[in-house]
Design a protein around this ligand. Structure first.
Ligand SMILES: Nc1ncnc2c1ncn2[C@@H]1O[C@H](COP(=O)(O)OP(=O)(O)O)[C@@H](O)[C@H]1O
Ligand SMILES: [Mg+2]
Length: 237
């Protein structure tokens, strides 16, 4: 089956997001976007263009004011919060600029928490086994029992990426994943994301960093809450 016929992993249809105020802020304005399995894409745009809002709506962490969100073909617009968090846990892995690791827990347990809401039938030992494999995959097999305070920034972000990956999500959403890193560590995190993409992981990276975007594939440019351009490499504009 060709990629065009498969249903997208994630789709937004005329999704708008307004924040209340006088006047209200239109942070997303009738966005249509489809992400297919196996894609690696960058979402770029100046500060305030709506990138984080888009990530929250794509990740079902926030609901659009109008329009709809489909996960693997299923319209989740009217799902209740409990159903939505279950679906989200099964479908999407998140990576944030600030890592959001539990400071008191080892790398292994930080990653194992990524399975808590997804694999309710797994024993803690099974969750740790999967966590160890995910840490191995991001090159941290030798740091399983380190706590975040004992890791470099780049290593912390690897732990966060392992936590996002451990449940084998259909899509990984990363918001400025290199934003808190020096350029060398940031470059290595990017190498890792490219490698994971090569291994079949579908990844959307939000970034205002041109150099990061230049190394990714498809590029979606946001301005004032609208998609201004959607460039797919190798496809004539
Ligand atoms: N919770 C909020 N309440 C009101 N306005 C917001 C809120 N979050 C973001 N905005 C506004 O929405 C617009 C888009 O913000 P954001 O999605 O954070 O952009 P970006 O991530 O590209 O910098 C900005 O004008 C911002 O000020
Ligand atoms: Mg932002």
């Amino acid at each position: 089956m060709s990629a065009a016929l498969e249903c997208p992993v994630l789709e937004l249809r005329q999704a708008s997001k307004e924040y209340p105020g006088s006047p209200p802020v239109v942070a997303l304005d009738q966005v249509d976007l489809a992400i297919h399995s196996g894609e690696l894409l960058a979402i770029v745009g100046p500060s305030g263009s709506g990138k984080s809002t888009l990530l929250h709506v794509m990740g079902t962490l926030d609901r659009p004011s109008r329009g709809s969100v489909l996960l693997e073909g299923r319209d989740v617009t009217d799902c209740n919060d409990a159903d939505l968090s279950r679906l989200r846990a099964r479908t999407i892995g998140f990576v944030f600029q600030q890592f959001f690791l539990l400071e008191g827990s080892t790398a292994l347990d930080n990653v194992a928490t990524g399975l808590l809401y997804r694999e309710r039938d797994m024993t803690p030992a099974e969750r740790r086994e999967h966590a160890a494999a995910a840490l191995e995959q991001v090159g941290l097999g030798h740091r399983l029992f380190h706590r975040p305070g004992e890791l470099s920034g780049g290593e912390r972000q690897r732990v966060a990426i392992a936590r996002a990956l451990v449940g084998k999500p259909a899509l990984v959403l990363a918001d400025e994943p290199t934003g808190n890193l020096d350029s060398v560590s940031g470059g290595r995190i990017l190498d890792l994301l490219l490698e994971l993409h090569g291994a079949g992981v579908t990844i959307a990276v939000i970034t205002h960093d041109r150099e990061v975007a230049d190394r990714l594939g498809r590029r979606i440019m946001l301005r004032d809450g609208r998609i201004e351009d959607d460039l797919v490499p190798g496809r004539a504009a």
